[in-house]
Design a protein around this ligand. Structure first.
Ligand code: SF4
Ligand code: F3S
Length: 104
């Protein structure tokens, strides 16, 4: 599966949802996640994210993000159409340690 990682937090550009063939993105207040059970591993969303937030979970160190994608995709609503990025997204894109800012 692919997972959405820290870089999405406070940005939420939503370019990713436009290209997903199985509509498996779910929307929180300041981040999207992928439902790992629905993702078909096509990879088309990865290059679409301006924040480079989407990665295959086969990369090292992404266990925590896989858990976050699993947990929140079960409770957040599905999103299938691009919306405006969050205000301040372009400033937040390079920030480190954004996990503390994640709105559940
Ligand atoms: Fe959707 Fe493909 Fe991205 Fe999985 S890898 S979330 S199926 S676009
Ligand atoms: Fe987030 Fe990137 Fe999609 S910032 S909303 S994963 S395009």
């Amino acid at each position: 599966t692919y997972v959405v990682t820290e870089a999405c937090i406070k940005c939420k550009y939503t370019d990713c949802v436009e290209v997903c063939p199985v509509d498996c993105f779910y929307e929180g207040e300041n981040m999207l996640v992928i439902n790992p059970d629905e993702c078909i591993d096509c990879g088309v969303c990865e290059p679409e994210c301006p924040a480079e937030a989407i990665l295959p979970d086969t990369e090292d160190g992404l266990e925590q993000w896989l858990e976050i994608n699993e947990k929140f995709s079960a409770v957040w609503p599905n999103i299938t159409e691009k919306v405006d990025a969050l205000p301040g997204a372009d400033d937040a894109v390079g920030e480190a340690n954004k996990l503390a800012d994640l709105s559940e």
